[in-house]
Design a protein around this ligand. Sequence first.
Ligand code: GLY
Ligand code: MN
Ligand code: MN
Length: 458
Amino acid sequence: MTLLTEQTYSKRRAKLLSLLPGKTLLLHNGIIRQRNITASGYPFRANSNFLFFFGRYPPASLALISADGSSLFVPIATPEEVVWDGPGPSLEELRAASGAERIFPLGDFQRELGRRSPESLCSLPHVDAGVNHQLGALLGRPLSLEGADREAGLAVIECRLCHDEAGVEQLREAADVTAHAFARGFEALTQGADGYEILAAIEGECLRRGATTAFPTTLTVHGEVLHNPHISRTLSPGQLLLVDMGAEIPSGYSADVTRTWPVSGMFSSPQRELYELVLNMQRAAVAAIRPGGLFGEVHHAACRCCAEGLIALGLLRGNVDEAVERGAHTLFFPHGIGHLVGLDVHDMEDLGDLAGYADGQTRDTRFGWNNLRLNRKLRPHMLLTIEPGLYWIPALLDDPLRTAPFGDILNRARFERFRGFGGIRIEDNVFVLESGVEETTRSIPKSLSEVAIRAPKE
Ligand code: GLY
Ligand code: MN
Ligand code: MN
C-alpha cells in the first residue's frame, strides 16, 4: 500500500490556512471508547480530519493548525502503560511523519493554548459526545456549526471535497481491496457457503490485505431493510443476497459497494427484470454526472429511469414525468442515488448537511428526496457512490396510507408478480472527472451474465 507523505500533509494544512486567515484550528483525534470492561475497548478509529491533515496518531492526541506552524500534542505512556501496550514511536518520529513544526506531550496543551487569543480559535463538533464535551471545555464554549466554527467547517470541506492526488490513490486502493473481498464472497456463495462463511470470506480478505471495513457489512436476503444489521446465515434458492460492504485501508480512506446475487445462481424472470432496471438506473445516473451539474440532477435521472422501467414492467401507469413529480417511484426506490466518499464512507456527514448541501440547495422534505445525502455542484475529483435500488418494502407497498395518493397510477393487479422479492441494490464508486468519470469499483462483476452464472443462455 502506498503511504501518504509529510509533503502531502503539509500541503493540505497550507491550503486550510489559506482559507482560514488569522485562525487557529483545534483538532481532537478521538478516544478509545470502552466496550464492556476498562481493559476492553472498541477498535480505535481516528478522527477523519486528523487523518487528513496529519495521518495516524495515538488516541487522545490534539493538534493546533495555525500560520506560525502546526503543533501536535500526544499522550506520553507511563512506564506501567508501556508494560501493557509496548513502547510507541519517539516524539520526533511522530512529528516527522506529518511534517508538523512542533510536537509536545499532551500535558503541555493548556500552556500552548494559552498563548493564543480566544478569538482566533476554532474547532469542529466531534461525533463522540464525550470528545465534544472535552473540546468545549478546552475552548471554554460549546461547539456548534456557527460563527468561526462554521467557517472552519467550510474550509475543511473545501480541502476534503475534491481529492488530491494522494487521496485519489488511496481511494483506488480501498476500491481494489473491496474488489478482492467481493470476489472471495462471490466465490464462497457459488461453493454453497452460508451467510456467515461468505461474510468471513469477504472480511477475511480485507484483513489479509491489511484493511478493515468502513462500516458494518450488510449481508442479507432481506435487502428491503435498507441498513439491515442482521446477517442472513441461511440462504435459500430463489432468494437474492444483498451485500453492502466497503474496505477501509490504514490511512482511513474507504470504499462503499453493493452487489446483489441470486443465491442459486439464477434469477427468476421478475428478479431479472428488476435487476436489469437497477442496472439501467445506474447507467442513467452515471451518464448524468458532469462537473458544474447538481447531484440532484443525477438523482433525478435515476428516478426518471426508475419510473420509466416501472411503467414498462406494468407496476405503474401513465406518464413518466408525472410519476416522478408525484414521487410514485419512491415506493420502490425510497433512498437517494448516492453520497460523497472519502475518509468517511458518507464523507464529512459528521458535519450534518454542511458538506452535502451547498450552492443554494437545502434538503428537500419530500419522501425519497429527503434521503438524498448530497446535492451540490459536482467538481472533478469528488468521489460519489451511485447506488440505485429497488425494494419490496411492505411498510410502503402494503400500507394503504402510503399507497393511497398513487391509487390512480399504481397497478395493483401487477403486484403479485413481484411481491416479496426483497431488495436489489447495485452500488459503485465514481470519480467525477473534467470529462467523463472513473469508476474505481468497475472490476467488481455486476452484469446479468456475471452474477447469474447459471442463467440459461438466451
Ligand atoms: N453502506 C451504506 C450506504 O450505502 O450508504
Ligand atoms: Mn453508499
Ligand atoms: Mn453501501
